[in-house]
Design a protein around this ligand. Structure first.
Ligand code: PLP
Length: 461
């Protein structure tokens, strides 16, 4: 159970237990087999057993424009014919250059360069190394410490796991993790803001804790403060309280540390602005994006770096001391370029913001009588419903009840795929399911998603 249901990853529903005779592919679990998908189109997944499922979570907030978009398919096949692969040590390709330009040209945030890799974990890992290199080149090699947050997920590689706090994923690797990391409280108002505390007071308390942590570890030893701008899977679409990210920015500046915002899940338009940090009045030194970047059409993620970081490299080694064989892969870049061009041309971020308002209304109406709904929260098309045993005390269901997972399973049986959160299963608060439909979803589809969600929840309640 530790490594399957506690996994803040793909739905486990529709799975069948094998009685031996399983295939050679190593799945996430040896006993649960994922559903075979034969084809996917728009918001629909067509399973091999004939079932049709609405992909209301885009995998894990990945499918930005839905599945099987002809323009993207064409771009991928054109690129495969032109150049499928070259090594970036010696070569570059048009789609990689154009993708960086498309994302960064004209951006008002001072983000200067993009570094493309294949996954969110690689992007965050690269960001951590880049931040360390920044200080190294700045003549501050004593900076070794990262301050992260509790109830955070930044990836599965050794360094990204080290700054994450998803216990189930870390247990076997205690002692392997990067040691110079500490964690402050989550900026999670529903569960952690005190009843006698205003939002401003909550923000102030959290910021004081960050400042204290800098002082405790020594301000001149800190490389960066690392946080998801809006928390995704570990708590469920949690926006920080007003002033929190801007306050963290100020603390980092005061102590010469960098601010790394992980927008692997909440970036590229998902929250109704291209970057989630645009709603926070602060700009990070490094921001990571991933899931929506390629919209699922190619494995691609990006590390976007502020000119402050790039100019430090320019004054020093003139290089980023990091690289992967498959970085800036031409076909993945061509796929992402096509996806991002569509997003731009069709003004889909604005559509996401506008559809998000409808999704919120629908969720609030549909779930009004569901007694286990603690909070409905989100931005853009990034919404979560948190379940509690008791609305007054906000007490969570016991992990063994697998409440959120059961809601997700029921919804899947009824033809709607939701994304289950780690929440209580991982021993922390925030048992939830997450919705992240494509920006191209229709109102009719949103209505269907919400009514099936309600039916599923009523059955579990
Ligand atoms: N950072 C955040 C915020 C994530 O949500 C995830 C994945 O869920 C990652 C990093 C890791 O990305 P990947 O699974 O592509 O390695």
């Amino acid at each position: 159970e530790l490594f399957t249901t506690a996994n803040a990853e793909l739905p486990t529903v529709g799975n069948t237990k094998t009685k031996g005779g399983e295939g050679r592919l190593m799945h996430r679990s040896l006993i649960q087999h994922p559903s075979m998908v034969e084809s996917a189109s728009g918001i629909y997944l067509n399973l091999a057993n004939g079932k049709r499922v609405i992909d209301a979570c885009g995998g894990a907030a990945v499918a930005l424009i839905g599945h099987a978009n002809e323009e993207v398919i064409q771009a991928i096949s054109d690129q495969a014919r032109k150049v499928s692969y070259v090594h970036t040590q010696a070569y570059t390709t048009q789609p990689a250059e154009e993708l960086a330009d498309l994302i960064l040209d004209g951006n008002p945030h001072g983000l200067e360069k993009a570094f493309f890799v294949c996954s969110g974990s690689e992007a965050v890992e690269s960001a951590l190394k880049l931040a360390r290199q920044y200080h190294f080149e700045n003549g501050q090699p004593q900076r070794k410490h990262f301050i992260g947050r509790k109830q955070a997920y930044h990836g599965n590689t050794m360094a990204t796991m080290s700054i994450s706090t998803v216990a189930s994923r870390k247990i076997p690797y205690e002692g392997f993790c990067y040691p110079h990391v500490s964690y402050v409280s989550p900026a999670y108002p529903y569960q952690y803001q005190r009843v006698d505390e205003t939002e401003d007071e909550f923000t102030a308390r959290l910021l004081a804790e960050i400042e204290d942590e800098f002082q405790r570890v020594g301000p001149d030893t800190v490389i960066a403060f690392v946080a998801e701008t809006m928390v995704g899977a570990t708590a469920g679409c949690v926006a920080p309280p007003v002033g929190y990210i801007a306050g963290a920015r100020q603390i980092c500046d005061k102590h010469g540390a960098l601010l790394i915002l992980d927008e692997v899940m909440c970036g590229t338009g998902r929250t109704g602005t291209y970057f989630a940090f645009e709603q926070e009045g602060a700009v990070p030194d490094i921001v990571t994006v991933a899931k929506g970047l390629g919209g699922g059409y190619g494995p691609i993620a990006g590390v976007l770096m502020h000119e402050k970081v790039v100019s430090m490299l320019r004054q020093g080694s003139n290089a980023f001391n990091h690289g992967h064989t498959y970085q800036a892969h031409p076909i993945a870049c061509a796929a992402a370029l096509a996806v991002q061009r569509i997003v731009k041309r069709e003004d889909l971020v604005a559509r996401c913001a506008q559809l998000g308002k409808q999704l919120e209304v629908l969720l609030r109406i549909e779930l009004i009588n569901c007694k286990s709904v603690g909070e409905i929260r989100g931005r853009g098309l990034f919404w979560a419903v948190e379940f509690v045993k008791d609305r007054e005390t906000k007490e969570t269901f016991e992990p063994k009840l697998r409440f959120g997972l059961r809601v997700q399973e029921r919804a899947f049986e009824k033809g709607v795929a939701l994304y289950p959160g780690a929440g209580t299963v991982d021993g922390s608060r925030g048992d939830h399911v997450l919705l992240a439909p494509p920006f191209t979803t229709t109102e009719e589809e949103l209505r269907r998603i919400c009514s099936v969600f309600r039916e599923a929840l009523e059955e579990v309640e």
